[in-house]
Design a protein around this ligand. Structure first.
Ligand SMILES: Nc1ncnc2c1ncn2[C@@H]1O[C@H](COP(=O)(O)OP(=O)(O)OP(=O)(O)O)[C@@H](O)[C@H]1O
Ligand SMILES: NCC(=O)N[C@@H]1O[C@H](COP(=O)([O-])[O-])[C@@H](O)[C@H]1O
Ligand SMILES: [Mg+2]
Length: 387
């Protein structure tokens, strides 16, 4: 492969749509390969804006506004980094010959829970828990009664747990309805899922470069209020469950097609593996690969996009802990105890310009045997504060 310099007439350009902490790492990897980088998001000084060659602030749901930037910049690759963006802009750009990663149809399917769930369960026949879609509060009550309690309620378009709740009895349904309706994203329709009483859940990072598919070691994670707080790698699994997990990851990523890295979310009970959802891009729980692998999920995403070989070394076990703030603050200051910077741990601060309750601002990473790494990550994250 040939590599040019950025900011020249012959530069190779990537445009990131969404510029959070995950995109920031993708941009850094792209710059390591001499690519020209453009980061787009809905607010100023987003993490990836801070490291890209150029940045734009735009309403990500506005088709014309997104297309205007795409046509102006003419990127070789368009990498969606968030779910809430104008899918019509991506379809139109793809029609005009732009390379949307992994492809506009995959982005469209995965951004909407109804599309991806029906594709996985009904088209591909993958095992999932029971589910229903509803558009009214009465419909929600009926679906919950049918599926049984507890059940999980989510807007069809949302991420990081926004608008998600668990209803434990009929009395919880009005509150679940309100929570879903008030969330950002698209709550015109809701998915109601039977609660899967899994033993553990994993992310199977899966990369496709057009020639081969590779899997990372399974990542275990702990979620609170639908958002990740701790992840570790590898998650110890039975050989049968691991094989099934890779098989499901292969089928769903082959079904979606295109090049790039995917985060396949799976629930595991005994040797049974249930498909939950998939991100057609690096996954928040995969930040642990920054410390466990020779090529992180961000580096692998870039390699897959460019069609480069996907070989990498798993250096050894590790864990990550997300730092989430409780404050509203227009200029957050993050205090990190010096003990986080050790021979086997460090912290990455995303540089988000504003804090609000529940927002992820930093991540602690530990390299050690899984149990020790997770224990240390739990201990260290308590030593991060902001004000
Ligand atoms: N049907 C279910 N049964 C049990 N737990 C569930 C179910 N659905 C979701 N969860 C729990 O909630 C978490 C978040 O759900 P999900 O991944 O669907 O939301 P999300 O908003 O897309 O999150 P993200 O954007 O971080 O991936 C899951 O990782 C799991 O821990
Ligand atoms: N689970 C999806 C996920 O982790 N996405 C990551 O969070 C950012 C948004 O953060 P914000 O809400 O703090 O702006 C996104 O841009 C992406 O990097
Ligand atoms: Mg998820």
């Amino acid at each position: 492969m040939q590599f040019s310099a950025p900011l020249k007439s012959n530069s190779k350009k990537i445009m990131l749509l969404g510029s959070g902490e995950l995109g920031k790492e993708v941009i850094i990897e792209a710059q390591r390969l001499g690519l020209e980088t453009i980061a787009v998001d809905k607010y100023e000084n987003a993490p990836a804006h801070q490291v890209a060659h150029r940045s734009y602030v735009v309403d990500m749901q506005n088709k014309d506004a997104l297309l205007e930037i795409i046509y102006r910049e003419k990127p070789h690759y368009i990498l969606p980094e968030i779910e809430a963006l104008s899918i019509d802009a991506l379809f139109e750009a793809e029609d005009k010959g732009y390379n949307v990663i992994p492809n506009a149809n995959a982005v469209s399917k995965t951004m909407n829970r109804k599309n991806i769930r029906t594709f996985a369960a009904e088209t591909l026949g993958l095992k999932t828990g029971p589910y229903k879609f509803v558009t009214t509060e009465e419909g929600l009550m009926g679906a919950a009664r049918e599926l049984g309690f507890p059940c999980v309620i989510k807007p069809v378009m949302s991420s990081s747990g926004h608008g998600q709740s668990i209803a434990r009895s009929e009395a919880d349904i009005p509150n679940s309805w309100d929570m879903a309706k008030e969330a950002r994203g698209d709550a015109s329709e809701l998915i109601v899922e039977a609660f899967v009483d899994f033993d553990y859940e994993i992310t199977m990072l899966t990369a496709r470069n057009g020639k081969e598919t590779v899997f990372c070691e399974p990542i275990g994670h702990e979620q609170r209020d639908g958002d990740y707080v701790f992840s570790w790698q590898p998650m110890e699994m039975s050989e049968v469950a691991k094989q099934k997990a890779q098989q499901i990851a292969k089928e769903i990523t082959d079904g979606l097609g295109g090049q790039g890295l995917f985060g396949v979310e799976l629930f595991v009970k005994g040797d049974e593996v249930y498909f939950s959802e998939v991100s057609p891009r690096p996954h928040d729980t995969g930040m642990v690969t920054l410390i466990t692998q020779s090529q992180s999920e961000f580096a692998l995403h870039l390699r897959a996009v460019l069609g480069l070989p996907l070989g990498f070394t798993f250096y050894g076990d590790g864990a990550s802990a997300a730092y989430k703030t409780n404050l509203h603050n227009y200029a957050p200051v993050i205090s990190v105890d010096d003990s986080l910077f050790s021979d086997n741990s460090y912290v990455r601060v995303f540089g988000k310009p504003e804090a609000h309750k529940g927002r992820r601002l930093a991540v602690a990473l530990v390299y050690d045997k899984v149990d020790a790494a997770l224990e240390k990550a739990r201990e260290l994250i308590e030593k991060v504060k902001d004000n």
